[in-house]
Design a protein around this ligand. Structure first.
Ligand code: ATP
Ligand code: MG
Length: 566
């Protein structure tokens, strides 16, 4: 962790400290990160990963990566591979401890038999709809199933036949026999198994009955010897059931602890909805740089350090809230400011001809690579008679307060010379296509020996030496802070930002960025942080803008870490 990272303790750490003190788990700490392989990981998962792996590491324990693959129809191997890559990239150290809930199907089945034998579970012939109807409400108790009191023999026989594939999907379930009048709806004889004749990405057609999440999760934790099973708040009401199963089975009992989910403004985190964005081509795949996925953020140029720093600033609590996206961007900037090398690039080029500069002369100007780190040294940038500057840095008819280049005005070219605009060339439409200037040879490096000042410094590239590049600029994917805020009859996709991506194909970059490996990150001076995209080739450079140089953060600086009450 970086020294600027505020390390505040939180209630989960305090629970672990207490458990270590009382020797509750024999001094062990073992956590797990349990994604369902039904999509790619998103920034919310980064928070869970940071906690699960971070706490294990802090206390000298281990964190397992476990795929919660109990739902055969939605899971895919592509997601498994993507998740492994993303967890590693974030720094999660699971060694060779990659597990799958599906590896435990055999054990879970034996435990179902054990519960039936103990009179704690039964086969129920009600349909899913009937089970739901008879479940009762928060104020009314549920009704007991007519199949609740089947004999152990009949239950075992039916379970065996369910497993053998004798019954169609949905015909029967296995239910835990707990309490149809419980205040907690999760304890009203919850379903443990359902029939599903579906192929599983790992077990193939070996099974046609699949365990429900609640029946699989705690037991999987128990099998792996997990001590602290950290999950999000929506599982709080499931904890009594988690406890019930491991207690009835008399097996190792991990402690489930719930924390608040990460929600971010302008960001959608439901995997189902992210999948829709991908499938219906609102975005270009899971790693589209506008996606809140780890793979999208990696492609956009975010660093694992920035994401980890963001996660440690979030804190951990028992109430859900919304975090400002600008806090995440602040963390990305803070990290890139420290390590990205500075270069010059022009996104919207305007030709500048320096009339009194010798034809064919090229001077190498020394430019500092990173003012934050003198160890990064300096490089040479070629200067010549024809340059490009940013269209925005010139106004023929400047408004008040515009101090950049305009007719008669002198400005500094960064690491170059002072230049003064003398005239412009226009196209038939009357647009300025070329700016003519003179330079002062005495101002090499950017200072006048007579001490005269200029009011602005602009960036440039030499036209003959510039590399052409495609540069992709991004805005938030949604126009609303809460993308789910829609009126009747509308969908979250109606809140997509039509201007979320802008592709500039005519950018000009200084030659030093040639041959930058995939993922290299730069600060383009005055424009933001950019990284080499995976579609970039030596002949067709492609850069993504990771983040602008500054923005709305100033607005929230005075608030405590970017979280708003819901
Ligand atoms: P979704 O409902 O979008 O499918 P999920 O919670 O079901 O998401 P899982 O793959 O089951 O996704 O999540 C794996 C782990 O990551 C779980 O422990 C879950 O609690 C945690 N997690 C998921 N989303 C968030 C989030 N937004 N903030 C913090 N932790 C999260
Ligand atoms: Mg889930």
């Amino acid at each position: 962790m970086t020294p600027t990272t505020p390390v505040a303790s939180h209630f989960i750490r305090d629970i672990i400290l207490e458990d270590l003190k009382t020797n509750k788990f024999g001094g062990r700490v073992c956590t797990r990160f349990p994604p369902e392989p039904n999509g790619y990981l998103h920034v919310g998962h980064a928070k869970a990963i940071h906690l699960d792996f971070g706490l294990a590491k802090e206390f000298g324990g281990q964190c397992n990566l476990r795929f919660d693959d109990t739902n055969p129809s939605k899971e895919e191997t592509e997601y498994v591979e993507g998740i492994i890559e993303d967890v590693k990239w974030l720094g999660g150290d699971f060694g060779d401890r990659i597990f799958y809930a599906s590896e435990y199907f055999g054990q879970l089945y034996e435990w179902a038999v054990q519960l039936i034998r103990a009179g704690k579970a039964y086969v129920c012939d009600l349909t899913a709809d009937q089970v739901r109807e008879q479940r009762g409400t928060l104020t009314e108790p549920g009704q007991e199933s007519p199949y609740r009191n089947r004999s152990v023999e009949e239950n075992l026989n039916l379970l065996e036949r369910m497993r053998a594939g004798e019954f169609p999907d949905g015909a029967r379930t296995v239910r835990a026999k707990i309490d149809m009048a419980s205040k907690n709806l999760n304890l009203r004889d919850p379903v443990m198994y359902r029939i599903l004749h579906a192929e599983h990405h790992r077990t193939g057609t070996q099974w046609c009955i699949y365990p429900m999440y609640d029946y699989a999760h705690g037991q999987s934790d128990s099998i792996e010897g997990i001590t602290h099973s950290i999950c999000t708040l929506e599982f709080e009401d499931h904890r009594p059931l988690y406890d019930w199963f491991v207690e009835q089975l008399g097996i190792h009992h991990p402690q489930q602890i719930e924390f608040d989910r990460l929600n971010l403004t302008y960001t959608m985190m439901s995997k189902r909805k992210l999948l829709k964005l991908v499938q219906e081509k609102y975005v270009n795949g899971w790693d589209d740089p506008r996606m809140p996925t780890i793979s999208g953020m990696r492609r956009r140029g975010y660093t694992p350090e920035a994401l980890r720093n963001f996660c440690s600033r979030l804190g951990v609590s028992k109430t859900n809230g919304i975090t400002e996206l600008s806090l995440l961007e602040y963390c990305v900037r803070e990290d890139l400011n420290r390590r990205a090398l500075r270069v010059m690039g022009v996104l919207h080029p305007l030709r500048v001809v320096i009339d009194n500069y010798s034809d064919g002369l090229v001077e190498e100007m020394e430019a500092i690579n990173n003012p934050e780190d003198p160890g990064d040294g300096a490089r040479n940038v070629p200067f010549s008679k024809v340059l490009y500057i940013e269209q925005d840095d010139f106004r023929e008819d400047p408004p008040k307060q515009f101090y950049r280049l305009s007719p008669g005005r002198e400005v500094r070219l960064r690491y170059g010379y002072f230049i003064t605009c003398t005239s412009v060339t226009k196209n038939p439409k009357g647009e300025v296509v070329e700016v003519h200037c003179t330079y002062d040879p005495e101002t090499r490096g950017g200072n006048a020996p007579d001490g005269r000042k200029v009011k602005s410094t602009i960036h440039w590239v030499s036209a003959d030496h510039a590399l052409n590049a495609e540069v992709r600029l991004y805005e938030t994917l949604f126009t609303k802070e809460d993308p789910d805020d829609v009126e009747e009859g509308h969908e979250f996709t109606d809140n997509l930002n039509p201007r979320s991506a802008e592709i500039l194909t005519g950018a000009k970059l200084e030659p030093s960025v040639a041959n930058s490996p995939l993922g290299t990150r730069y600060q383009f001076e005055r424009l933001g942080y950019f990284c080499v995209d995976r579609e970039s080739t030596p002949l067709n450079l492609v850069f993504n803008r990771t983040v602008t140089l500054k923005d709305a953060w100033a607005k929230i600086e005075n608030k405590t870490p970017g979280k708003k009450p819901k």
